[in-house]
Design a protein around this ligand. Structure first.
Ligand code: IDP
Ligand code: MG
Length: 168
């Protein structure tokens, strides 16, 4: 099995419940490398793009409210890229099943997830399921310079018209 990259997002409930350290400790069991990490304020636009494949589901609106932090009053998530041998499978297995009640109790979702009365699966972590999804998601959440490896091809662009902020 080749080396792979996978996206992990510690969702707003993970941060709100102060589980970040516990979850990172569980993830470190895989001995994979963290090659990118950042705290992200999730916009509705990013949420809708990330979960575009679920747009027709009845729980979509609640899911967007969940990942944007609307449900928890805390709009931060921690996004990470893990890299190494069979990274996608290793992290996916450690995260556990989507439904936290069906997740094996020793998985991250089994340990820390719950189902809200509204029906939302509050499962503390997102992980990519397969290589095409990982590439799409990593490119959505990170710019090339955020990642310490050259994961995917890049092209150089000159953008003098782009307004950016520097320290005053
Ligand atoms: P995954 O996160 O295990 O890959 P997906 O099917 O991609 O699962 O769904 C994305 C997220 O949407 C889940 O992590 C969960 O928070 C939520 N979700 C998925 N299916 C349901 C459902 O049937 N009811 C409520 N929430 C769901
Ligand atoms: Mg998924």
């Amino acid at each position: 099995m080749a080396e792979q990259a996978t996206l992990v997002i510690i969702k707003p409930d993970g941060l709100k419940k102060s589980l970040t350290g516990n979850i990172l400790t569980r993830l470190s069991e895989t001995r994979l490398k963290i090659v990118a990490a950042k705290v992200v304020r999730v916009s509705r636009e990013l949420a809708e793009k990330h979960y575009a494949h679920l747009a027709k589901k009845p729980f979509f609106e609640e899911l967007v409210r969940y990942i944007t932090g609307d449900l928890h009053g805390d709009n931060r998530v921690l996004a990470l890229v893990y890299w190494g041998e069979n990274a996608i499978g290793k992290i996916h297995d450690l995260a556990g099943a989507t439904n936290p009640e069906q997740a094996v109790p020793t998985t991250i979702r089994g340990q820390y997830g719950r189902i809200l009365t509204s029906g939302v699966f509050e499962n503390v972590i997102h992980t990519s399921s397969e290589p095409e999804e990982a590439e799409r998601e990593i490119k959505l959440w990170f710019e090339p310079h955020d990642i310490v490896l050259d994961l995917y091809p890049v092209r150089e662009v000159l953008t003098p018209e782009r307004k950016s902020q520097v320290w005053a």
